[in-house]
Design a protein around this ligand. Structure first.
Ligand code: FES
Ligand code: FE2
Length: 473
């Protein structure tokens, strides 16, 4: 990738082309759980901007500039009172909408406050996440995705910090081959203990543990196709190893959701939709929404599992660059591919942080397994150019209340070899028909095979030197 394109696609600060593109989309800025407790005030750094999120006495949420409009004191340490956030320096009070409500050090008849306004952005709260719109003008609706439409008891949200550019974090999520290596375990656990954990369950319709399939079949066939929300990925592993005759194929279907999200299966009935939100160009947060089709999510268990690996209040990983991820060479030789324990988030974290704070893509060698990454970069660069020219990228921007759901629907299962499309259509129709909430969202099924014909599978461009150099087409 040309250095110039790498800059264009990775930088999202105010005034950058990538930043203008990102600002067309709702962004996760905090978990609802961060806004609970005695003082719901949270500093937020996003897309290179420093803001403060707070809930006022009436329950309204505001996202405003972190610097006081008077002389720049830090409002994240302000006083939460009198229907707003009050600066500790000279007492100016700001409402959730950015208006200045009080300037107590000024003469009693001063009209100064009516002329002062602080930057503020629209926010919405949905299924455990506070979302903000940092763009200009009227925001679009929140996208019609399953994770945002499902009843809240069927969802759970969490987040974590990554010490690198957001694009590295996204790219590991659209790379189906890495799971056979980075996340390899030498021994399988009892899949009955897999609740809430990635790659610890059995695939749909089988008792084969995912860990075994990933370990024994390290050369997936990967197909990708553009969709209305981004991209669909299919990874096929034909089961022809010891004791198996090749008549069945492991099918793993995942999605890229613009601008920086993925939807992947956690288990047969639970999906993860995860966004990779830039704090600035050298760090990001992942925000994950877990959505269950069949039963309400056991949020206490899910939260306790995830709290083990992070420190509060900033959700930074316990294993990190500074302690060399607590790397254990003996474990690497005998139990796991990484030597970093069994939490797959830590594996992904090491992989992407290991590429550097902003990965220099001018020297890499893209391979067949990178085809979805190649497509994503082309689509994103194209979208950034479209926005820079005053146009509007199509993916998910025009959602209105009458779009019932776009899914997208992931799957991890085993079906007859050569029939993944039919197998997928059948499996998701059955799973959704049995779901107390998804059974009424028929439109989401259209993002299945019927929505993207096999003939629209992206050509494999990974081997060509101009894989994503648009000057060559
Ligand atoms: S700097 Fe905030 S009130 Fe003066
Ligand atoms: Fe991974």
């Amino acid at each position: 990738m040309r250095a110039e394109d790498n800059r264009k696609i990775t930088e999202t600060g105010p005034g950058t082309p990538g930043g203008a593109w990102m600002r067309l989309y709702w962004q996760p800025v905090a978990l609802t759980e961060e806004m609970e407790g005695e003082r719901p005030v949270v500093p937020v750094r996003i897309l290179g901007e420093d803001l403060v999120l707070f809930r006022d006495d009436d329950g309204a949420i505001g996202l405003i500039d972190r610097r006081c409009a008077h002389r720049g004191a830090d409002l994240s340490l302000g006083r939460l009172e009198d229907g707003g956030l009050r600066c500790y320096f000279h007492g100016w009070l700001f409402g959730a909408d950015g208006s200045c409500l009080d300037t107590p050090a000024e003469p009693a008849d001063s009209r100064l406050r009516s002329k002062v306004r602080i930057r503020s952005y629209p926010v919405r709260e949905r299924n455990g996440i506070v979302w903000a719109f940092l763009g200009d003008g009227t925001p679009p609706n929140l996208p019609a995705l399953d994770c945002l439409i499902a009843p809240q008891e069927y969802t759970f949200a969490f987040k974590g910090y990554l010490d690198c550019n957001w694009l590295q974090a996204l790219e590991v999520g659209i790379d189906p081959a890495h799971a056979s290596y980075l996340h390899r375990f030498e021994n399988d656990e009892d899949t009955a203990d897999g609740y809430g954990r990635q790659f610890r369950n059995a695939s749909l319709g089988t008792d084969l543990p995912m860990t075994r399939i990933l370990r024994e079949y390290g050369r997936p066939e990967i197909l990708n196709a553009r969709t209305e929300y981004g991209q669909r990925l299919v990874a096929l592993r034909r089961l022809d190893g010891e004791g198996l005759d090749g008549s069945s194929t492991h099918v793993r279907i995942t999605h890229q959701v613009f601008p920086h999200g993925i939807t992947i299966p956690l288990s047969a009935t639970m999906a993860i939709t995860q966004w990779h939100v830039p704090t600035d160009d050298v760090s990001c947060y992942w925000y994950a929404m877990f959505t269950s089709l069949d039963e309400p999510v056991d949020k206490a268990t899910m939260r306790a599992q995830r709290l083990e690996g992070i420190t509060l209040p900033d959700y930074k990983p316990v294993r990190n660059r500074a302690n060399n991820y607590r790397f254990d060479p003996h474990e690497q030789r005998t139990q796991t591919y990484t030597g970093l324990g069994r939490d797959i988030n830590v594996h992904d974290q090491m992989a992407v942080e290991g590429q550097g704070r902003i990965y220099d893509r001018s020297h890499e060698h893209l391979s067949r397994s990178d085809r979805a990454i190649v497509t994503y970069r082309r689509m994103a660069l194209q979208a950034i150019d479209t926005v820079a020219e005053g146009g509007s990228p199509e993916t998910l921007l025009t959602d209105t209340a009458d779009v019932e759901s776009r899914g997208p629907i992931p799957l991890d299962g085993i079906g007859p070899t050569g029939e993944w499309e039919q197998y997928w259509a059948r499996s998701i129709a059955d799973l959704r028909k049995a779901s107390p909430w998804a059974s009424r969202l028929q439109a989401a099924l259209a993002t299945g095979p019927a929505g993207v014909p096999g003939s629209e599978i992206e050509p494999d461009r990974s081997g060509s030197p101009d894989a994503y150099d648009r000057s060559n087409g």
